[in-house]
Design a protein around this ligand. Structure first.
Ligand code: HEC
Length: 135
């Protein structure tokens, strides 16, 4: 039963706060720096950081539906394996494979407000250093 309720609750929250209008970009940046930058490149915070196979925040922010992706990221793989959200039940009792942390839905709105500031950020410079090399 609960398994059907979770998407319904997430959907309702998304309707209530479609674009994270209530969030604080400053708080969102601090949360992203502390938790998300372990795996994601987060704007200009850690350009050489993150895990190579994980999309940068500025790349996700280029997708037309990125606000929905960030609004529901805690229910999207791989996050449920290591992220706890008060009121959202664990997906499994297996041990987390990455350091666990928890986040509130208010903090999700803060992250959205911050990610909106990355929408126009280039994914990388116009020329890569390889384009300058003669072949
Ligand atoms: C332990 C590593 C790890 C941490 C920490 C992490 N992520 Fe992710 N995240 C991933 C990986 C890996 C993917 C790509 C999943 C895929 O492509 O299937 C991803 C994908 C995403 C996506 C796109 C999801 C989709 O389905 O389109 C969003 C949005 C996202 N992460 C937001 C966040 C935010 C916000 C935080 C911090 C609060 C965070 N992530 C912390 C590993 C992580």
């Amino acid at each position: 039963m609960l398994i059907f309720l979770i998407p319904a609750v997430i959907g309702l929250l998304f309707l209530a706060f479609p674009d994270g209008a209530a969030g604080s970009a400053e708080k969102g940046q601090a949360i992203a720096e502390k938790h998300c930058s372990r795996c994601h490149v987060v704007g200009a915070l850690n350009p050489m950081g993150g895990i190579g196979s994980t999309a940068s925040f500025q790349m996700i922010a280029k997708m037309p539906d990125y606000l929905e992706r960030f609004q529901t990221f805690y229910a999207r793989r791989p996050h449920p394996a290591f992220l706890r959200v008060p009121g959202v039940s664990r997906w499994s009792n297996l041990p987390a494979y990455a350091t666990e942390f928890s986040i509130t839905l208010v903090e999700v709105d803060d992250i959205i407000a911050f990610v909106k500031t990355l929408e126009k950020m280039p994914i990388r410079g116009k020329k890569s250093r390889f384009q300058n090399q003669r072949r």
